[in-house]
Design a binder for this molecule. Structure first.
Ligand code: 5GP
Ligand code: ZN
Length: 126
Protein backbone atom coordinates (compact mmCIF):
# COMPACT_ATOMS: atom_id res chain seq x y z
CA UNK A 1 0.00 0.00 0.00
CA UNK A 2 1.33 3.41 -0.98
CA UNK A 3 1.75 5.99 1.75
CA UNK A 4 1.30 8.87 -0.67
CA UNK A 5 -1.26 9.54 -3.41
CA UNK A 6 0.13 11.68 -6.26
CA UNK A 7 -3.35 13.07 -6.97
CA UNK A 8 -4.08 14.03 -3.37
CA UNK A 9 -3.99 17.72 -2.47
CA UNK A 10 -2.88 17.18 1.12
CA UNK A 11 -0.19 14.66 0.08
CA UNK A 12 1.13 17.43 -2.18
CA UNK A 13 1.14 19.88 0.74
CA UNK A 14 2.84 17.27 2.97
CA UNK A 15 5.43 16.71 0.24
CA UNK A 16 6.11 20.42 -0.14
CA UNK A 17 4.78 20.47 -3.71
CA UNK A 18 1.97 22.92 -2.91
CA UNK A 19 2.65 25.79 -0.51
CA UNK A 20 0.77 26.11 2.76
CA UNK A 21 1.03 28.26 5.87
CA UNK A 22 2.48 25.51 8.06
CA UNK A 23 2.36 26.25 11.80
CA UNK A 24 3.53 22.89 13.18
CA UNK A 25 5.24 19.77 11.90
CA UNK A 26 6.92 16.67 13.20
CA UNK A 27 7.83 13.20 11.95
CA UNK A 28 4.22 12.03 11.68
CA UNK A 29 1.96 15.06 11.18
CA UNK A 30 1.79 18.63 9.98
CA UNK A 31 -0.64 21.47 10.57
CA UNK A 32 -1.36 24.43 8.34
CA UNK A 33 -3.92 27.21 8.04
CA UNK A 34 -7.16 26.43 6.20
CA UNK A 35 -7.35 28.43 2.96
CA UNK A 36 -11.01 29.29 3.65
CA UNK A 37 -11.21 29.78 7.42
CA UNK A 38 -14.49 29.10 9.20
CA UNK A 39 -13.30 30.71 12.45
CA UNK A 40 -10.70 33.35 13.43
CA UNK A 41 -8.24 30.47 13.87
CA UNK A 42 -8.71 27.46 11.58
CA UNK A 43 -5.91 24.95 11.17
CA UNK A 44 -5.87 21.54 9.55
CA UNK A 45 -3.88 18.73 11.18
CA UNK A 46 -2.95 15.92 8.80
CA UNK A 47 -0.81 12.79 8.89
CA UNK A 48 2.11 12.77 6.44
CA UNK A 49 0.95 9.39 5.12
CA UNK A 50 -2.16 9.16 2.98
CA UNK A 51 -5.25 7.92 4.83
CA UNK A 52 -8.51 8.89 3.10
CA UNK A 53 -10.75 9.32 6.13
CA UNK A 54 -11.51 7.97 9.59
CA UNK A 55 -13.25 5.10 7.80
CA UNK A 56 -9.93 3.96 6.36
CA UNK A 57 -8.00 4.21 9.62
CA UNK A 58 -6.50 0.77 10.26
CA UNK A 59 -4.65 -0.93 13.11
CA UNK A 60 -1.35 0.08 11.47
CA UNK A 61 -2.39 3.73 11.90
CA UNK A 62 -2.69 3.68 15.68
CA UNK A 63 0.50 5.65 16.22
CA UNK A 64 -0.29 8.31 13.65
CA UNK A 65 -3.86 8.67 14.96
CA UNK A 66 -2.48 9.31 18.43
CA UNK A 67 0.04 11.78 17.02
CA UNK A 68 -2.73 13.81 15.36
CA UNK A 69 -4.48 14.16 18.72
CA UNK A 70 -1.26 14.89 20.57
CA UNK A 71 -0.36 17.58 18.03
CA UNK A 72 -3.63 19.44 18.68
CA UNK A 73 -2.53 21.27 21.86
CA UNK A 74 0.79 22.21 20.26
CA UNK A 75 -1.04 23.56 17.22
CA UNK A 76 -3.50 25.41 19.45
CA UNK A 77 -0.56 26.95 21.28
CA UNK A 78 0.95 28.13 18.00
CA UNK A 79 -2.43 29.65 17.06
CA UNK A 80 -2.74 31.37 20.45
CA UNK A 81 -5.92 29.51 21.44
CA UNK A 82 -4.51 26.92 23.85
CA UNK A 83 -6.10 28.61 26.87
CA UNK A 84 -9.18 30.16 25.27
CA UNK A 85 -10.19 26.78 23.85
CA UNK A 86 -10.70 25.05 20.56
CA UNK A 87 -12.56 22.32 18.76
CA UNK A 88 -11.16 19.41 16.74
CA UNK A 89 -13.51 18.11 14.02
CA UNK A 90 -13.04 15.22 11.58
CA UNK A 91 -15.59 15.42 8.79
CA UNK A 92 -16.18 11.91 7.48
CA UNK A 93 -18.29 10.97 4.48
CA UNK A 94 -21.04 12.68 2.47
CA UNK A 95 -23.33 13.97 5.25
CA UNK A 96 -20.36 15.65 6.94
CA UNK A 97 -19.44 17.45 3.67
CA UNK A 98 -15.92 16.01 3.71
CA UNK A 99 -14.33 17.38 0.53
CA UNK A 100 -10.65 16.41 0.78
CA UNK A 101 -10.06 12.68 1.14
CA UNK A 102 -6.86 12.78 3.14
CA UNK A 103 -7.79 12.59 6.79
CA UNK A 104 -7.59 15.94 8.57
CA UNK A 105 -8.67 17.37 11.87
CA UNK A 106 -10.09 20.88 11.69
CA UNK A 107 -8.81 22.74 14.74
CA UNK A 108 -10.96 25.83 15.15
CA UNK A 109 -11.10 28.55 17.77
CA UNK A 110 -10.60 32.22 18.48
CA UNK A 111 -14.28 32.86 19.06
CA UNK A 112 -17.06 31.58 21.27
CA UNK A 113 -18.76 28.70 19.46
CA UNK A 114 -22.21 27.21 19.65
CA UNK A 115 -23.34 23.78 20.67
CA UNK A 116 -24.73 21.72 19.05
CA UNK A 117 -22.40 22.59 16.19
CA UNK A 118 -24.86 22.08 13.33
CA UNK A 119 -27.63 24.47 12.28
CA UNK A 120 -31.20 23.34 11.97
CA UNK A 121 -33.77 22.19 14.41
CA UNK A 122 -35.30 18.81 14.97
CA UNK A 123 -33.31 15.63 14.55
CA UNK A 124 -34.50 13.82 11.47
CA UNK A 125 -33.92 10.13 11.01
CA UNK A 126 -33.94 8.28 7.71
P1 5GP B 1 -13.34 19.01 4.53
O1 5GP B 1 -14.44 19.74 3.78
O2 5GP B 1 -12.79 17.86 3.70
O3 5GP B 1 -13.69 18.61 5.91
O4 5GP B 1 -12.17 20.07 4.71
C1 5GP B 1 -11.28 20.42 3.70
C2 5GP B 1 -10.72 21.78 4.04
O5 5GP B 1 -9.57 22.00 3.24
C3 5GP B 1 -11.67 22.93 3.78
O6 5GP B 1 -11.94 23.63 4.99
C4 5GP B 1 -10.93 23.79 2.75
O7 5GP B 1 -11.09 25.18 2.97
C5 5GP B 1 -9.49 23.36 2.94
N1 5GP B 1 -8.69 23.46 1.73
C6 5GP B 1 -9.03 23.05 0.48
N2 5GP B 1 -8.02 23.27 -0.38
C7 5GP B 1 -7.01 23.82 0.35
C8 5GP B 1 -5.68 24.26 0.00
O8 5GP B 1 -5.23 24.17 -1.15
N3 5GP B 1 -4.93 24.78 1.01
C9 5GP B 1 -5.39 24.87 2.29
N4 5GP B 1 -4.58 25.40 3.20
N5 5GP B 1 -6.63 24.46 2.65
C10 5GP B 1 -7.43 23.95 1.68
ZN1 ZN C 1 -3.17 12.22 0.68
Amino acid sequence: MSHSDPNCLFCKIAGGNIPADIVYQDEHVLAFRDINPAAPEHLLIIPRRHIASLNELGPEDTTVAGRILQAAPAVAREAGIYDSGYRLVFNTGPDSLQSVFHIHGHLVGGRKMGWPPFPGGAVEHG
